[in-house]
Structure formats: C-alpha cells, structure tokens
Design a protein around this ligand. Structure first.
Ligand code: RIB
Ligand code: NA
Length: 317
C-alpha cells in the first residue's frame, strides 16, 4: 500500500481554557491559562498515527482563513499528505472552544464550519489515496453520509476500516457497524448507542457483545483509566485490557490518540495479536493525558518506550 493510514474527517482549531471548574449556565468564571492548538478528531487521529511512524494521508476541508492555512502547515510538519485537504470559501475552518477543569476533564463546543462541506465528490477525488491505504479511519465530525460513503468505498477495496462513532449519536444505522472492521467507542458513545449504562468493565462487556451483534468485525470500548474491553466475531467473549495507572492533567484528545495508535499498529504490526495492539494503543493514549493540549501532548515514537515497537508480545504477560 502507498499509505499506511488514511483518515477522512475533521480539522478544528482548539481554543483551550483551563478553569478551576466547568462553568454553569449563565455563569462567568475566570480561567487561569489559555492555549490554541490543532485539534478535530480526524486530524488528531491522523497526526498520532504519523508521529508513531505511519505513512499517512488526510482527507478533509478547511476554510480560506489563517486557521486553515496554519492547519495545512501543521499537517506538513507532521509529514501528513495534504493532497486532499481542500480549502473552501463557503465556511470558516472548524473551531472547538474547550474548557479543561482541575481534574483534567473537559467540555467542548464544536463549530464544524468547513468540515460540513466535505462532500462525497471530495471522497471520489481521493479514491486512489483511499484505495492505496492499509487502514482507513472515519468518525462523525463530518457529514455522516460522507463517512458512510467512505467506509463502503474502503471496504469494497479491501482496505481495513476503523470507525469511531464520535461525537456521540443516539442512533446509528446498522451499515456503520457492518462496514467497521474495528468499531471503537468510549463510555458515553457506547451508552448512547446501546442504551445500556456503560460505567464498569462488566457494563462494557455487555455493550461489546451488542456492537458485535450489530455486525462490527471487532468492538473496542475505551474506559479511560480502566483501560478497554474488546471482542471479536471469532471470539465474542469480551476481554478486558488494563492500562498503567495515571494522574491525568488533560484528557482532551486521548481517545483520538488511542484510535490513531490503533490505526498505526493495524497497518504496521499486522502480526501482533489484536489484544496486544489494543494494550499498546492504551499506553500511548495514557502518555497523552499526562500533558496539556490535544496534539500538543501527542508523543513521537522516540519519546516512547521501545517495547511499544517490538515485533513480539512481551514475554512477561
Ligand atoms: O476529541 C477531541 C477533539 O474533539 C478536540 O481536538 C476538538 O477539536 C474536538 O473535535
Ligand atoms: Na493531553
């Protein structure tokens, strides 16, 4: 394949305020720090895969403004192919005002802007890139129809698909599950989609089975500090994958780092057991919660333990 990972999805400029607690309706509070960073779920996932060493391409749309220009520059600096990052005059580059409280928890407002203009025709123009990738990753921060079109295109061409149903929706047509080789959701996304409460590992096990029943090849539910739960069509019995404990500073974009890592491993470490791929992805996501910012906190390969890049499963597990 020409590319290891292609991501079809969103770009947002993150406007991050650090606050003692999240504001209530009608309330004004003082923040103690501000930063601007590159975000958007699709782009985050792509940049994470690139920093780990995947050969990546992004299919997206930005506005004809300084945020958009800067975003394209950011992709280039991370070695991401931008041949299919279009610029539109019809809307502004997406923005995401984010508040992060003292516990590292966040609340996010998204103004999609140019992301909503990414169309089926744009995907058709990017067809050769999608077809020549090992893994194609999609989310729901662009028009869901476009995501559906992309997943079917990838599937038809034998490209492995990862679908991340984020931000959360309460209902998804069955074809999204069936088109997902890997369907990866967090607790709140899994709750909304299954109607179950997903707080504990046992809850997540039930949700995993439901996602498999709806037709996903593999299901992954991430549980933050509790790690994740996975299941596959070959073995529907859910497995819990723990993660090394951490004291989070800023969890924004940790889920995206997980997906980006997953894509990287699925493309570059095809022979690793899926459990081990998920375990390593969890460790990489964990590393990102220890620093502030979204992509700002994403490590490169050389900042991570070499054991995460070993071709073998560590013997002491
Ligand atoms: O998942 C985190 C991302 O969600 C942020 O970067 C923000 O842009 C929103 O899209
Ligand atoms: Na972070």
């Amino acid at each position: 394949a020409k590319f290891d990972v292609v991501v079809v999805g969103s770009c947002m400029t993150d406007l991050v305020s650090f606050v003692p607690r999240l504001p209530k309706a009608g309330e004004t509070i003082h923040g103690n720090k501000f930063l601007m960073g590159f975000g958007g779920k699709g782009a985050n996932q792509c940049v994470m895969a690139a920093r780990l060493g995947a050969n990546t391409a992004m299919v997206a749309k930005v506005g004809d403004d300084s945020f958009g220009q800067r975003y394209i520059e950011n992709f280039k600096q991370n070695g991401v192919n931008t041949d299919h990052v279009g610029i539109t005059k019809e809307a502004a580059t997406g923005v995401a005002p984010i508040s992060v409280n003292a516990n590292g928890e966040n609340s996010i407002v998204i103004v999609s802007g140019a992301n909503d203009i990414l169309s089926e025709d744009d995907i058709k123009s990017a067809k050769s890139v999608i077809k020549s990738s090992s893994v194609c990753v999609c989310q729901l921060e662009i028009n869901p129809e476009v995501t559906h079109y992309t997943l079917s295109l990838a599937k038809k061409n034998g490209v492995q698909t990862i679908f991340n149903p984020a931000p959360a929706l309460s209902w998804l047509d069955c074809f999204y599950y069936r088109l997902s080789d890997v369907f990866c959701a967090n607790e709140s996304e899994a709750e909304l989609l299954t109607g179950l409460s997903v707080k504990t590992i046992e809850d997540a096990e039930k949700a995993v089975i439901m996602i498999l029943e709806r037709g996903a090849g593999r299901a992954v539910i991430t549980l933050g500090g509790k790690g994740s739960v996975i299941g596959t069509q070959e073995n529907r019995m859910p497995i819990h994958i723990p993660v090394t404990p951490a004291e989070p500073v800023d969890t924004t974009g940790a889920g995206d780092a997980f997906i980006g890592a997953l894509a990287y491993y699925m493309a570059k470490f095809k022979d690793l057991p899926f459990e081990e791929i998920v375990r390593r992805s969890g460790e990489i996501a964990r590393a990102t919660v220890l620093a502030t910012g979204t992509q700002l906190s994403y490590p490169t390969r050389k900042e991570l333990s070499p054991t995460l890049f070993s071709k073998n499963v560590p013997r002491n597990r």
